[in-house]
Design a protein around this ligand. Structure first.
Ligand code: MV4
Length: 447
């Protein structure tokens, strides 16, 4: 087991990882920018190293500073959290070259999944159902038209270096195709320095369902069920649940088993998420994330398994603590992402939190790095906390969520809490009847 882990992140996830380290008796080092000296995780860590000024590029993304902090403190592993360097293959490689363990998959696996064409090709080879489309990159209009005619309109053009919704264009007819292809290519070239694009059948009303997987790096793989993350705004998830209200137990174990086997065959190590669009009872792979995700607590709630413990265990060579048959799904969980933003316009609202009171009681978890009197710096993501509610079934979970939202107090700044108080009372949400476009339509109506 590791003696000392360096946490290369900030905010709620830094605290989340720190808690797991403490429970495992592992010493903690946190790195932080000058803007984060007052952060909760900095106060609670055994050691802290200031690695630079507020801009992420000069601190949380500064590989040299982070490696230096490992050397100075004698950390034997790095947990990257999510965002920042968590899916940076070069970072994983550099740490390996310094004999520091990256708590995550190999640089090569990160690289494969970061290239969306290569990721899709790999998924298909491993037996994961993918969205019908081009086999690889599309080079010219002629090829685009041929593929589009074959799969049928509408089609979507995606950047291979994109992901998470960046660099996508929809073409509804052949007349739209040339412009869509040219725009997608030039935008991808400008944004990512790589203009490779591919084509897929455009699914009009899917849900976003993702499967949590884990590999031990030695040919074993398991799945921890799925999460439904269809409620998004501008590709930012807002509300996530486990299990998906749309799936039955048979569908869950069918897609889960496919994913677990793929992870085993790939020789993948650590936590991963396989993302699907789900429409008319079918799953279509879109991307794989090679990190722990923001919404991992809903999976922890329904499985009772600490996924950060599991990551640390696997990275240190201890293998998975569970076999597939040990993983049982109990009840239902919902996560609300609480952002320091206006609940209607989503304009960031940094500043001082004058009063912070979190709900409690059975089935309630709040993951947050903020406290009364804390000043939210303006430089980073606006996520200030997550409310995770667990119940024996979805109805109980929703009743408990409504009560928890009533108790939650955040004064001094605007937050997205009022949005959740609206959503929890909405009939479509109560029925679990929503797709990836539901939230944006709801917000546009201004109900
Ligand atoms: C799609 C799609 C429809 N058809 N692919 C957006 C994020 C990126 N991970 C993939 N995305 C989409 N890919 C096909 N073939 C619709 C989306 C999409 C979306 C996906 C998940 C959650 C919210 C979304 C919002 C808009 C578009």
């Amino acid at each position: 087991m590791f003696q000392k882990i360096l946490i290369a992140n900030r905010g709620e996830i830094a605290l989340r990882v720190l808690r797991a380290c403490k429970e495992l008796g592992i010493q903690t080092v946190v790195v932080h920018s000058t803007a984060d000296s007052d952060a909760m995780h900095v106060r609670l860590a055994d050691e802290s190293v200031c690695i630079g000024p507020p801009p992420s590029r000069e601190s949380y993304l500064n590989i040299h500073q982070i490696v230096a902090a490992c050397e100075i403190t004698g950390a034997d592993a790095v947990h990257p959290g999510y965002g920042f360097l968590s899916e940076n293959a070069k970072f994983a490689d550099i740490l390996a070259a310094h004999n520091i363990t990256f708590i995550g998959p190999s640089g090569d696996h990160i690289r494969i999944m970061g290239d969306k064409i290569e990721a899709k090709r790999t998924a298909k080879r491993l037996g994961i159902p993918v969205v019908p489309g081009s086999d690889g990159a599309i080079s010219d209009d002629k090829e685009a038209k041929r593929v589009a005619a074959e799969i049928g309109y509408p089609v979507i053009i995606k950047a291979s270096a994109g992901g998470g919704g960046r660099g996508m264009k929809v073409a509804h007819t052949e007349a739209d195709l040339e412009v869509a292809l040219q725009t997608a290519k030039s935008e991808a070239g400008a944004a990512f320095g790589d203009d490779a694009v591919y084509i897929e059948k455009y699914l009009e009303k899917p849900r976003h369902i993702e499967v949590q997987v884990f590999g031990d790096g030695a040919g074993r793989g398991v799945h921890f069920g799925e999460r439904d993350c269809s409620l998004q705004r501008r590709h930012q998830k807002v509300w996530e649940e486990a299990n998906s209200p749309a799936l039955n137990a048979e569908e869950r174990s069918r897609i889960g088993d496919i994913c677990a086997k793929a992870i085993a065959d790939l020789g993948y190590s650590g936590a991963g998420t396989i993302e699907f669009l789900y429409e008319n009872g079918e799953f279509y792979f879109i991307e794989m994330n090679t990190r722990l995700q923001v919404e991992h607590p809903v999976t922890e709630a329904i499985t009772g398994i600490d996924l950060v413990h599991e990551q640390i265990r696997v990275a240190s060579g201890g293998g998975l603590s569970v076999r597939q048959e040990d993983i049982k799904f109990t009840g239902h969980a919902i996560e609300c992402r609480i952002n320091a933003e206006d609940p209607r316009t989503f304009t960031p609202s940094p500043g001082t939190i004058t009063h912070f009171h979190t709900p409690g009681g059975l089935g309630i978890r709040v993951d947050s790095g903020v406290y009364s009197g804390y000043k939210i710096p303006p430089y980073y993501d606006s996520l200030i906390g997550k409310l995770i509610v667990h119940g024996r079934n979805r109805v109980e979970c929703m009743m408990r969520l409504r009560r928890a939202l009533d108790e939650f107090v955040v004064d001094g700044i605007k937050t997205t809490l009022p949005l959740f108080r609206d959503l929890v009372g909405n009939p479509d949400i109560a029925n679990g009847d929503y797709d990836i476009h539901w939230l944006e339509k709801y917000l546009a109506k201004g109900e």
